[in-house]
Ligand binder design. Sequence first.
Ligand code: GLN
Length: 213
Amino acid sequence: TLEAGVVAVQGDVEEHAAAIERAAKTRGREVTVHEIRESGIVPECDLLAMPGGESTTISRLIHGEGIAPEIRAHVEAGKPLLATCAGLIVASSDPNDDRVDELGLLDVTVERNAFGRQKDSFEAPLEVEGLSGDDPYPAVFIRAPAIDDVESGDAEVLASWDGRPVAVRQGPVVGTAFHPELTPDSRFHGLAFFENDAASVSAAGSGADSSES
Ligand code: GLN
């Protein structure tokens, strides 16, 4: 059984847990999801999601609780992390906001709330590099950040919208400006956790039934 963690200090935690369960079930993998509000749990986890919410709050709490260094160690060990929206901001190398103490797990600069007031919330069909299936991915953006300055680091752009990158991958880390946990389509969780060759869950292929069916 895979042990999954959702950083649960603030934000949309249950939706991520459900999406992880759907993605695992599709692949015949068993998973137990842990909600992380304190230190000591991340080291037990095979995969991790850091949800949307409010990035300054999430940053403050994960540092205050001692969870931040555990997330860094998780990624350094090659274990997958899916960081979405506010989670992406916290995982970036430059959130452009002093109140966010970044983890520096993705070599990207982000601009918070970049898509403007009229478009606080919208859905966009994304063409995504490496995503299974032919259909575009229905991406829900809510006061979403945009990703800038990918050229200077090792992050690979997986999808763009309005000419700006909105999904990136760097080793075991996948970051999205949108909310893949808010649609029934769990292909993004599949991509981040089970189809990323740079991450341990996919590479190890642990369990008898890890092959795609
Ligand atoms: N606007 C939020 C922030 O900057 C992120 C929004 C979200 O996670 N939906 O922290």
